[in-house]
Ligand binder design. Structure first.
Ligand code: PRP
Length: 286
């Protein structure tokens, strides 16, 4: 049987949808209509395993899966033989300490001698040890935010994204322990044949991720401003410039970074650019 790469994906949870979308955008087609826990891609030597989030690092270390899409927070917490390959830019969150909103919080020493509920006992312990804070850690696997309300703990340590779960449970975030996002992770010793497949997948993922951060821009500019406009939107190598039918004007095509978008648009307008079109890019290989 020819070699296949095995990727572990969250069976359910926040990373699930985005992980599948990313694989599809990498041109990998599969049919997961029947709640199967293991499926084969149709056009890439890839087997997709749908696993419980917290079990994934162990499965990768054991070689049940070669690679995984998981949160950086989980790699840190589980401390297995698994390493981050590329950050994927979605499911951004932070692991934070939170306390009831009416607590007058003086700083980390507030936690001394108190009880903290968490699903991240290892990360929490390391953080507290480093800061010389002694607490009782109460490990629970879900619904952590309810712990202070039912008298199980004084505070919690859990993932925060929008902050809405904390708010709904009358808690406030007081310390950020780490920031995290989804990443592609792999076993530290992927074998050589699988490494070739992994490199192909990484190449495709990078093309998708780069395109998500960039936009194609087209505009009309007065010829006398072209030098300035070329400096504002230099593109990958240099912008494409073509004369318009109207004398003294050119069409300029380039690529801009999503983060610089508004600032660049303002500068373009100040330099006489008109008819500015911004178009999403599907894939980008630089
Ligand atoms: C996570 C986390 C928090 C919540 C925070 O749970 O454990 O409960 O998200 O998100 P928010 O700040 O946007 O409200 P998730 O729903 O992913 O499920 P889990 O309980 O299985 O971790």
């Amino acid at each position: 049987m020819s070699e296949k790469l095995k990727i572990a994906i969250q069976k359910s949870g926040r990373l699930h949808e985005n992980s599948l979308r990313l694989l599809k955008e990498c041109g990998i087609s599969f049919d997961n209509g029947n709640d199967h826990l293991k499926i084969q891609a149709n056009n890439f030597p890839l087997e997709i395993l749908f696993l419980r989030n917290s079990d994934i690092p162990q499965y990768v270390e054991d070689g049940v899966a070669d690679i995984a899409i998981i949160g950086q927070n989980l790699i840190i917490e589980k401390d297995k033989k698994i390493e981050e390959i590329i950050k994927l830019g979605f499911s951004k969150c932070r692991l934070s300490l939170a306390v009831p909103k009416n607590v007058e919080y003086p700083g980390l020493t507030w936690f001394n001698g108190r009880k903290i509920a968490t699903s991240y006992p290892n990360t929490l312990k390391k953080f507290l040890d480093k800061n010389n804070i002694r607490v009782e850690i109460h490990e629970i696997s879900g619904s952590v935010e309810i712990a202070p309300n039912i008298g199980l703990a004084d505070g919690i340590c859990d993932l925060v994204s929008s902050g809405s779960t904390l708010f709904k449970n009358g808690l406030k975030e007081v310390e950020i322990i780490l920031e995290s996002e989804a990443c592609l992770a792999a076993k530290t010793d992927v074998d050589a044949k699988k490494k070739i497949l992994l490199d192909k997948l990484i190449f495709r993922m990078k093309a998708v991720l780069t395109s998500r951060n960039n936009k194609y821009v087209l505009l009309n500019a007065p010829d006398k401003k072209l030098d300035t406009i070329k400096r504002i939107i230099p593109g990958i190598k240099s912008p494409t410039i073509m004369p318009l039918a109207e004398k003294g004007w050119s069409s300029v095509h380039s690529v801009i970074n999503e983060n610089d978008f508004w600032e660049i648009i303002d500068q373009l307008k100040e330099n006489g650019a008109q008819g500015i079109l911004i178009i999403p890019i599907e894939k980008m290989i630089v």
